[in-house]
Design a protein around this ligand. Structure first.
Ligand code: GLA
Length: 722
């Protein structure tokens, strides 16, 4: 890994074993991008025709081609920081309104420094870790008094480049930042396929791949959160790229709010990628001397296809993003009460749940929604974070869990409020959207204005009171609606959405500092906020409210392009479509947990769950949680889903194979990947047993449903001989 600067040609090179990234300062002081791709090592670039100033040329009277020396046409260059208001119309990185209505913005180089390590962002989640090197460049705007601090960080030989930007108002008057993107990247070609991951509630991250065409394609959220509908992650890859071959570039955002990820193919057949906070509802005032910190952007390069991109993202998330100290340790078998009883429980029934959950091997019992205020329906009590004493004796439940050898976890939805709550009755102003008209309720709730310090402080106080009083080991942090109206806040309109997210991050930060032992799982009606910003605080996120195993095959497969299995909340549920064994196989390719009424399980079903638990305990931490994922067959392309995860030392692997439509007898051939050719592997005995269980499951499902769609799944474990 090395970041170098060659003063002779003002050339910056950021390189490691996975990629090289090169740009230079042109004669106008503007940063011009040159190369991002396969490592170019010692290649001497001094003689390269860099198209130094790609100025417009003309034919002089004597027939010679000459350059308009006085006219730097920046639209012809590959920009490192795409400007605004000049000739380049392919999309600016920043739009800033300055005094007198000036909006032209072009930053020129002032100075730089290269150092070991990576600074933390002050109010935003960011990557971190040892073995980092950072290039920081200071640039000044030609048309105003703003200063731009750009930074580039590389971690050892990881195929990821982290980009940061901060704008400082060095002038005397206020400026308004109307667009703040983390990065612009120009690639000198457009023959790419674009992959992005769209969805809906219970249908998250469906992979879509299509040829990039002329014009602009945008993946964007204006929902106030990263959303179910879109995800702040996309890939540009060679048209022929596969899981293992071809070049691929991935883009990701360490942020949980509105975002824009755009790919613009212009007349030069150049592709410009832009990634940052969505402009809609965004306009941020910056007083003299103030700084605006743009959320961090992640660039990934791989010449090993989509699988290479994913494994880099997975390592980045696990090693350089998640902060929780317990994230890498073996996680307990989690039991969650939600799908078993929803809000309908009392102390006796939950005690029975706890006893039966322990019998099927649960090690962490999570009491989901319904334990607070007067929460018997989802119409009331969000905001009232005090125990519903008449409904549940929380201490008794926690003591019971502990006496059964289980840890205890609880659900919160801090950022929301029901109009039917004590908090709303005393502080209606805490809810967003009061514009003197009827507000949109969603799931009967409104959004709390966490952009206001007093609101976040109140949440911190109320949640701390619960966490101080009860022995709580885990929190499920939910967020069950999009942001609608953003009026009625003391915070200026264009700042509300961003400050809401900052408020949430700060609340998470304060709580996690105060309670470092508590493990957090994120959730937003399932996977509505599945992004790097949330993962910084929550080492796992409930992937989807959809627990149907067939749907889950798609959701988990799609999610795996960007996010490691170790973060994908994934449970065996009561869903009757197939056996617990088959459901367990699929749930094992996520964080794994159990979610149903455990009192209703038959003895043979209990046995099935226990068997899945055994595989979990034996292999999960090493193979799934901290191993390397290889996708073998995509559910988006055929009847089979197959993937495998290999421990980092390549001594063990778990393989999932599932077919959606039932097929009669036939061979299915799957070529394993990621194993060490010098090792001999054998299937574990348990795996053979799994196959026979599979057939039993398939037969049972066939007699029950007589439908064509009968999912079956096997997991086989492969271990290298000692
Ligand atoms: C959301 C979550 C569920 C559950 C409910 C509780 O929908 O995704 O898992 O926690 O809220 O209301």
């Amino acid at each position: 890994m090395a970041i170098t600067y060659n003063a002779e040609n003002a050339l910056f090179r950021i390189e490691n074993a996975r990629f090289s990234y090169v740009f230079f300062v042109n004669s106008k002081g503007v940063l011009q991008h040159l190369y991002f791709g396969k490592p170019i090592g010692e290649t001497d670039l001094s003689s390269a025709d860099l198209g130094w100033d790609w100025s417009k040329t003309y034919l002089s009277a004597d027939g010679a081609e000459k350059i308009y020396e006085d006219n730097y046409y920046n639209d012809r260059s590959m920009a490192e920081v795409p400007s605004h208001g000049l000739m380049d119309k392919s999309g600016a990185q920043f739009v800033i309104e300055k005094s007198g209505g000036v909006t032209a913005t072009s930053f020129v180089y002032k100075k730089h420094r290269i150092y070991d390590g990576k600074p933390k962002l002050s109010a935003l989640p960011s990557t971190h870790g040892d073995n980092a090197q950072t290039l920081e460049i200071t640039l000044d705007d030609v048309y105003g008094n703003e200063r731009l601090l750009l930074s580039y960080t590389v971690y050892g030989d990881l195929g990821a480049l982290i980009r940061n930007a901060s704008i400082i108002n060095c002038g005397k008057t206020e400026i308004r930042v109307k667009r703040a993107y983390s990065l612009g990247l120009d690639l000198p070609r457009s023959d790419f396929d674009l992959m992005h991951f769209h969805g809906d509630w219970c249908l998250e991250r469906f992979a879509e791949r299509k040829p990039l065409a002329n014009g602009r394609f945008t993946v964007e959220s204006t929902m106030g959160r990263s959303s179910h509908e879109k995800n702040p992650f996309a890939v540009l890859c060679d048209r022929h790229a596969t899981e293992d071959t071809g070049e691929a570039y991935a883009f990701s955002f360490v942020y949980s709010g509105n975002f824009t990820l755009a790919a613009n193919v212009d007349k030069w057949r150049r592709t410009r990628v832009l990634l940052g906070i969505c402009d809609e509802d965004f306009s941020f005032a910056l007083g003299s001397g103030e700084t605006f910190e743009v959320p961090e952007g992640v660039l990934v390069y791989s010449d090993r296809g989509l699988g290479g991109v994913s494994r880099t993202m997975h390592d980045l998330v696990r090693n350089n993003l998640i902060t929780h100290k317990k994230a890498k340790a073996a996680r307990p078998v989690l039991f969650n009460s939600w799908e078993g009883c929803y809000l309908d429980f009392d102390t006796q029934s939950i005690l029975a749940y706890a006893e039966n959950a322990a019998k099927i091997g649960a090690e962490l019992f999570v009491l989901d929604d319904g334990w607070f205020g007067k929460r018997d329906t989802d119409c009331s009590s969000l905001g009232d974070w005090f125990v519903a004493d008449g409904k549940i004796d929380l201490k008794k439940v926690i003591d019971k869990c502990h006496s059964l050898g289980m840890k205890f976890g609880i659900w919160f939805e801090p950022e929301m409020i029901n109009p039917d709550s004590d908090l709303y009755r005393t502080h209606p102003d805490y809810a967003l959207g009061d514009g003197g008209y009827e507000r949109t309720l969603s799931r009967h709730q409104l959004v709390l204005d966490t952009s206001r310090k007093e609101v976040a402080d109140r949440l911190f106080k109320d949640m701390s009171a619960i966490l101080d009083k009860y022995e709580i080991d885990y929190i499920k942090w939910d967020h069950n609606r999009n942001i609608g109206e953003i009026t009625g806040s003391d915070t200026p309109y264009g700042e509300v959405c961003h400050r809401l997210i900052l408020g949430t991050y700060s609340l998470l930060d304060r709580l996690q500092k105060k309670y470092p032992e508590i493990f957090f799982e994120g959730c937003a009606s399932g996977g509505g906020r599945f992004d790097l910003g949330m993962l910084y605080y929550n080492p796992q996120i409930w992937t989807s409210d959809e627990t149907d195993p067939v749907q889950r095959l798609f959701i988990q497969y799609g999610t795996s392009y960007a996010y490691p299995l170790s973060v994908m909340g994934s449970h065996i549920s009561k869903n009757p479509i197939t056996s617990y064994t088959a459901k367990g196989r699929i749930a094992l390719f996520g964080t794994y947990g159990i979610e149903m009424n455990p009192c209703l399980l038959s003895e043979s079903e209990r046995e099935e769950v226990r068997e899945v638990n055994e595989i979990y305990k034996k292999y999960h931490c090493e193979v799934i949680q901290n191993g390397d994922l290889y996708r073998l067959a995509s559910p988006f392309e055929g009847n089979y889903t197959s993937m495998m995860s290999v421990s980092k030392d390549k001594s063990k692997a778990l393989v999932l194979f599932a077919n959606v439509l039932k097929e009669n007898n036939r061979y299915r051939f799957i070529k394993l990947k990621g194993l060490d050719p010098d090792k001999r592997y054998s299937n574990s005995r348990r795996a053979r047993r799994c196959v026979s269980l599979l057939w039993r499951a398939a037969r049972a499902a066939a007699t029950i449903r007589k439908a064509a769609a009968i999912p079956t799944a096997i997991t086989t474990t492969t271990e290298a001989a000692a």
